[in-house]
Design a protein around this ligand. Structure first.
Ligand SMILES: [Zn+2]
Length: 62
């Protein structure tokens, strides 16, 4: 990965970790559950951003 800067590698790793966590939530059946308030996340929001872990009420955590 020497052609990437450290910043790029770290951004890529962050996104891939988010994908891992999203897949774990999908398998565990908690994919649509907001990680903050436990309300269901809107289907359209998840289609727009499949890595979403909480509802749009907590944008500071997204
Ligand atoms: Zn929420």
């Amino acid at each position: 990965m020497s052609e990437f800067t450290n910043e790029s590698v770290s951004a890529i790793e962050t996104t891939l970790n988010d994908v891992d966590r999203a897949l774990e939530r999908l398998r565990a059946g908690t994919y649509r559950t907001c990680q903050v308030c436990s309300n269901p996340i809107a289907e359209a929001d998840l289609v727009a951003n499949p890595l979403l872990a909480n509802c749009p009420a907590h944008p500071e955590l997204a």
